[in-house]
Design a protein around this ligand. Sequence first.
Ligand code: PLP
Length: 833
Amino acid sequence: MTVESPANQEHLETVSVESPGGPRGEDAASLRADILDKLTYYVGKSTITASDRDWFVATALAVRDRVVDRWIASTRATYENNAKRVYYLSLEFLIGRLLFDNLNNLELTETVREALQGLDVDLDRLRKVEPDAALGNGGLGRLAACFMESMATLSIPAYGYGIRYDHGLFRQAVKNGWQQEYPEDWLSFGNPWEFERPEVVYDIGFGGSVEAVATSEALVKHVWHPAETVEAVAYDTTIVGWHGRHVNTLRLWSARATDPLILEAFNRGDHVGAFAARMKTESISKILYPSDETPEGQELRLRQEYFFAAASLRDLLRRHLKAYGDVRTLPDKVAIQLNDTHPCIAIVELMRILVDTHELPWEEAWDIVQRTFSYTNHTLLPEALESWPIPLMERLLPRHVQIIYLINALHLDAARRVNPDGSFLSSVSVIDEQAGRRVRMGHLAFMASHHVNGVSALHTDLMKKTVFRDFHTLWPGKIVNKTNGVTFRRWLYQANPGLTKLLVEAIGPKVLDHPELLTELSQFSGDAAFQDKFAAVKRANKVALGKIIREQLGVAVDPDALFDIQIKRIHEYKRQLLNILETIALYDAIRAQPMRDWTPRVKVFAGKAAASYHQAKLIIKLINDVAKVVNSDPTVRNKLKVVFLPNYNVSLAESIIPAADLSEQISTAGMEASGTGNMKLALNGALTIGTLDGANVEIREHVGPENIFIFGLTAEEVEARRREGIDGRGAIAASPQLSEVVDAVESGVFSPGENNRFHNLINALRHHDYFLVTADFDSYYATQRKAGSMWRDKAAWWRSSILNVANMGWFSSDRSIAEYAEEIWNVPVKPAG
Ligand SMILES: *Cc1c(COP(=O)(O)O)cnc(C)c1O
């Protein structure tokens, strides 16, 4: 179900600026009347027949009405002030649920709760029936969602552009310990938050040929004649900033076949064939690629990228030309941020439009491009750096390949003047000549952008030394750092109302607008009475998570045990394997000395593996197999439990994070660009056990080295170690504990009857331990024991935990966005509150 818009706000010609019109129906009675009205006249149900889902839809629509006036006012103000707009292009937006996001930011949660109570409906029940909008894989998509919220909070006129996938990230079930993927169907009951814009449609071309038309003696104009066209249809979702002060638009594109049916085939009686062509066209917006950090050589993926980049550009250029009438002022009024290289074909598309359609001279067009785009790099992993085979690109985007060649030729001419060395030139070329000819999207993004940013201090530093070393010498100063952040509205105020209440009591409500004031909490860190209150909040959150664990897995956990949590995509570099091996070592140690005074622990894992990533799926199986053995062993009953919660997503994260005591951030140093899970967990009072990787480095600087457990090789040591070789046998032999663990896994202790089940994992550890699990094992095990003994000193633990919360204010995505606004986009911000 899509709800029609009351009016397309973009077409309003009004001149007066009004405040959002003040609170409209902010008392419970009028909200209740509105909800009933929606239930009756929109959903078409009575209070007797309404299901929770019907109530959810009715409530969402009533809330949405309260957003629209503010939305129209925000958009109108941007037009009237001729303000510069920011466009955030991302193939992923991992949004999650929106009901509490909107209620919280409009400060209507309690009013709506009361309104529903009068109807005998429980708001918390409705919260759970909303499906997650999972239009992203993990950190990159979640960052885009946090940034959208912060841009609205800081009153930046910003648009998110992406794809409205019919099916978001797959649903994960765990059957017999193995991950199984099921299609996700978030739209099956309709989406009350979105506005379909049937009038905002663009034809997007693919394939065909390029015609060179002589326009005069010396000039040739290129005309692309695509063989196929697909319609991009806009769907808008409002993004409400804190206090409801400003509302932005997330515009997602859906693909529609231009001709509903190929009439000719249909008339011939080939109904199936006619529908097949349509299905193929519309498949562009059918599914999100379930790949996080592996390349997708799929044609469909390139189609998705061009489809959404081209539609977004057409849309923003239409808006710009309507307001200013001149493409040459684009860089003054528009900043386009590329979230990774996925949208970076937009660079070439803008060149095409400027040169071929607007007939600007090449140099002028390139100058406009370079002053408009900026690019965020998210990974240094070579296998995750996007590149497209030239033959595929030529087939889908023939004119774009010509333009890329010309961009590259001019770029190489300039580079040659700096350094004529052949290997330098091939290293900075856009075309990779090594494994078949391919277009390197990262290189294109780098040269076309005025700024290129990394997402943590360490990552940015490594970018300069590795992937973009040569580019950095060509354009020193282009690379800047913008350490990621997370929105506190979702990850603290909504997810952890108990802690939020305590913070407001201790510091005052101003802390909600100014997270830097969290530092005032430090004065209470050693206060026994405050510690008690703080610990009580954590305990209540752990009881709530315990209930979920029992419901999902039938395992009882003790809320007074240390909750040791690793939740994130399953990936070898994130090293869930290190964690489960340490769990086995602990299990062995407890069984060897059951009477020792062990710190009771609950190990919680959650995360999805890409469907084709066999090693990652095997790690999930190992975790589940270990859980089965450990949880049914009476010797360790009150000391160790292991749980794998299926289907990790934003909503599950919101339940787990407030209950965490220990946050596992244990990637091989140099491999996690930033991490944002690390920030959410520390903000909620979890102590981090982690390597000096990504933003862990900055978390340590903020919370202080005595309030974080750092272990393992540094990024530099990792590099040196890898040069020596990555055979793990030496490290295994040197560690009696690790040897015992490896033997246990290998001999089938966790896979009775199938002792070679984990052969691939063990074999990699022995002979090809690229992620250096064996090298870091002992240091990790020892650091875990340090954490375990600190847990028993409750005063010391809560002091550290409080100091974590107190010093995490800097990791608000409001801070990240304020930095982007000032140093990259050149737009003003209005601080929250
Ligand atoms: C924050 C978040 C992530 C990113 O987690 P990392 O630990 O930084 O990899 C991934 N998925 C979801 C659902 C998240 O909320």
